[in-house]
Design a protein around this ligand. Structure first.
Ligand code: EPU
Length: 421
């Protein structure tokens, strides 16, 4: 087993390069099936969720060639199966995009129920509703979902909740529909725009991605060759921005999209940090006089739920009382109990976590309860007095590329080591 060991009390100073977006790549990689030819995808993050996806594509008949840490060549010419039920499918959440893609390709798809972080109920009723309205009959068990249609027919679909996954999945399911599909009440995250851009690049006709309404004119065929570069990861960028403030450091976050980070920039500036933007780079400088704050998560462009755990590490050592209201996932405060082991003072009441800032945290043994919880604990470990050890690294590896290397380059004393359980 592996664990991360951090010797804390370090100001993080330096530059960090942001990888491509996990939550975009996990849709783009399977969407290469629509190409039925060669896709060269660049700026992909080197994370374990994608390795699982490459294996799934190979199980379906594709060949996958890694061209470097961040580049992959996928040949989907021989993908002839519309059934994806392997252990890989069940291991992570975003395998549900196979439903939309295989449905588009074959008018029928059978896909295992997805896994992923345990952060609350994760229904897919809005995905199913969308497919049904596109003409699919749906068979839905605890183990798999099967959707099938004689013909996929464009229509207007009003989502009842704003969902990243449903927006992308139903968009994927509608790219070849007969006629026009209008999706209302869509999620607007940058990765949704990125997936729509990729689909348009291969020949789809999608407008409105990044707004509440997405319009998809169905097309029959797609290009057989594409080169595409994944948008930078908003959440990885935000993680290092928060780490700069929490450690009173000075980090230049390179290769990100500052417009996508406005909710966080505004928050960090309000708390007293200095933030400078220069093209695709954001410099964040912390100081001794950071003040407490209150945040509330909501879909983009609101405060991203995927950054609230990292903010929790900052609030834990910020003078005064801060609160986080989590409106997306009901079980996303697992990391707070780990922070408490490090001396944080947190009370949780349903969807609200209240942090009474302490002067410093103390290193101890903690576990990553989910992906973003892991990032929060690494930040806490850099702040804390003494040694912090973090276990359950598989969560962190699902979504953060070379995380110890990137923190080490910023001055953190951080190592990954083997241990016997
Ligand atoms: N929801 C429904 N029905 C649905 C779909 C969602 O009620 O059919 C609800 C969910 O229960 C939740 C809310 O809608 O309360 C939003 O869920 P959404 O569908 O947007 O989440 P997701 O697509 O499952 C993606 C990211 C998550 C991120 C959320 C919100 C991927 C693979 N995952 O999940 O990322 O938290 O959007 O932005 O894109 C992470 O990266 O750490 C992570 C958990």
């Amino acid at each position: 087993m592996e664990r991360i060991k951090i010797n804390g009390k370090t100001k993080l100073v330096g530059e960090v390069n942001i990888a491509g977006a996990k939550n975009s790549a996990v849709a783009l990689i399977p969407a290469t099936i629509l190409v039925k030819g060669i896709s060269i995808i660049d700026n992909i993050p080197d994370i374990s969720d994608l390795k699982g996806y490459y294996e799934i594509l190979e199980e379906l008949g594709a060949t996958v060639e890694i061209l470097g840490d961040n580049k992959v060549k996928i040949d989907t010419s021989n993908v002839n199966s519309n059934v994806a039920l392997s252990g890989n499918v069940k291991a992570f959440r975003a395998s549900y995009y196979l439903l939309g893609i295989l449905f588009s390709m074959f008018n029928s798809a059978t896909v295992g129920m997805p896994g992923g972080c345990n952060i609350g109920k994760r229904p897919i009723d809005q995905h199913i509703k969308g497919f049904e309205q596109l003409g699919a009959k749906v068979e839905y068990t605890n183990d798999y979902v099967k959707i099938e249609a004689d013909k996929i027919i464009g229509t207007t679909i009003d989502f009842d909740v704003v969902s990243v996954g449903a927006t992308i999945n139903v968009m994927l399911g509608a790219v070849k529909a007969e006629g026009t599909t209008i999706l209302n009440n869509c999620a607007k995250e940058p990765h949704i725009v990125d997936v729509a851009n990729f689909l348009n690049e291969i020949g789809a006709k999608i407008t409105g991605a990044g707004t509440d309404t997405i319009i998809i004119e169905g097309v029959d065929t797609f290009k057989n060759y594409v080169e595409y570069s994944v948008v930078p990861d908003q959440i990885e960028a935000g993680t290092y921005m928060i780490a700069a403030v929490a450690t009173k450091g000075d980090i230049l976050v390179k290769n990100c999209v500052p417009e996508d980070m406005e909710f966080l920039i505004n928050e960090l500036v309000k708390m007293g940090a200095t933030v400078e933007i220069d093209n695709n780079n954001i410099r964040v400088v912390g100081n001794e006089n950071i003040v407490s704050s209150n945040i509330e998560t909501s879909p983009h462009p609101g405060f991203a739920t995927d950054l609230q755990s990292q903010m929790g590490a900052l609030f834990a050592i910020t003078n005064g009382t801060s609160t986080i209201t989590e409106n997306i996932w009901e079980s996303r405060f697992g990391y707070c109990y780990e922070l408490e082991k490090m001396g944080a003072k947190v009370t949780i009441d349903n969807t609200v976590a209240t942090f009474d800032g302490v002067d410093t945290l103390v290193g101890t043994e903690v576990k990553a309860t989910d992906l973003r919880a892991g990032a929060s604990l690494i930040i806490a470990g850099c702040v804390a007095n003494g040694v912090t050890t973090i276990t359950n690294l598989h969560h962190i590896d699902r979504g953060y590329e070379k995380i110890e290397e990137k923190f080490r380059n910023l001055g953190a004393q951080i190592e990954r080591e083997n241990y016997n359980d």
